[in-house]
Design a protein around this ligand. Structure first.
Ligand code: SF4
Length: 357
């Protein structure tokens, strides 16, 4: 059922419109398709040290956030690194793409489509007014990013043709791969014409914006060492998606990278001992958490200190009911309350958490 259109102003943070968090201004840097060159990764590490809290915080849309941005110079540094190609469009460059595309599996190679859409978005003045939550996706047919809640998604059916999804529903409209970028941009322009106060496609009442519901099967989420069609890739998963500047520079030693919507970083070309060399990011971490206290004033607890890690456990800890950064895959929902947590709605005191997860 469509949700009511929102009346609040669009508060999605960017670099020029940071969010005022309890630990200082929070700036979000968009990385269309999650793609970041080694030089850009180093530049982000420098930004984190020079302007923020020293860490890169990966997001569930494959972007990067800098927290505690209390010192000046961030926009100039990002512009120099090519990470702010259009100040007017910075918050609308929200594009997912299957991170393993062209490396292993998938029906089509979607590499390059996110970058092409980014160029098109930035060259279209009207699209600067898209809501900051509007999300595009290119799924190479494996169904990994198609289930991540994009407003408009091209999903490959074979190497040259795909189908158009709106708010996760399949419209049945066939679109050639060669037309995918233009089609997604056209859909966004049409959304702007009809949206009224809606922020997302799912908020539109018009049935023309609905597709047939899709039952998403669990897709392969990249983890650990990955055998490519030739060679090896790796999905590096830092705890809570938080990378220190030193760790980011260590990743940059392996060339270009892809930030995934699962708060990991795919390195397309690595040696077999990459995790031993890195010394982090190789463990299978099924637990995630919002920033919690003290970074967020709404949080009832230091959720990252309370989080429980165990092999096989997929849980998301939240400091309040907003559940920021929760994964779209099935997981145990853990929300803070005074003195404990609600685990999938069931109250559990703090000292009994371990035994109840
Ligand atoms: S879920 Fe609540 S406590 Fe956690 S970051 Fe979001 S608003 Fe803050």
């Amino acid at each position: 059922m469509p949700t009511p259109a929102r009346v609040r102003a669009d508060a999605c943070p960017g670099v020029f419109a940071p969010h005022d968090a309890a630990d200082g201004p929070l700036a979000r840097v968009r990385l269309p398709g999650g793609a970041v060159s080694a030089a850009q990764l180093r530049a982000l590490a420098e930004c984190a040290e020079a302007c923020g809290d020293g860490d890169l915080h990966l997001t569930s849309r494959g972007n990067v956030q800098l927290r505690g941005v209390t010192r000046p110079g961030l926009a100039a540094r990002l512009t120099d690194a090519g990470l702010l190609p259009s100040p007017s469009h910075e918050r609308v460059r929200n594009v997912l793409a299957s991170p393993l595309s062209g490396l292993r599996g998938g029906l089509a190679d979607v590499r390059g489509l996110a970058a092409a859409l980014d160029v098109r978005l930035c060259a279209t003045p009207e699209l600067a007014s898209l809501p900051g939550r509007f999300l595009f996706a290119f799924d190479d047919g494996r169904g990994d990013v198609a289930g991540e809640g994009a407003d408009v998604c091209w999903r490959a059916l074979d190497a040259d043709e795909g189908t158009l999804l709106l708010a996760g529903g399949d419209t049945g409209r066939l679109v050639a791969r060669a037309d995918a970028v233009a089609t997604l941009a056209e859909v966004a322009l049409e959304f702007l014409r009809v949206r009224g106060s809606a922020w997302r496609v799912a908020e539109l009442d018009d049935p023309a914006w609905r597709g047939a519901p899709v039952r998403w099967l669990p897709a392969e989420i990249p983890a650990g060492l990955i055998e490519r069609d030739s060679g090896l890739a790796a999905a590096v998963k830092p705890r809570f998606g938080q990378l220190s500047a030193v760790e980011a520079r260590a990743l940059a030693e392996y060339g270009p990278a892809l930030v995934t919507p699962w708060k990991s970083v795919v390195l397309p070309d690595v040696p077999a001992d990459v995790f031993a060399r890195l010394g982090f990011g190789g463990a299978e971490l099924g637990t995630s958490a919002c920033i919690g206290r003290p970074g967020c004033a709404k949080s009832r607890a230091d959720v990252r200190a309370d989080a429980v890690f165990r092999p096989g456990l997929r849980a998301h800890f939240s400091g309040c009911e907003r559940r920021c950064g929760k994964p779209s895959q099935s997981h145990v929902d853990v929300v803070a309350e005074a003195g404990g947590y609600r685990i999938d709605g069931r109250w559990v005191p703090l000292d009994e958490m371990e035994g109840n997860l």
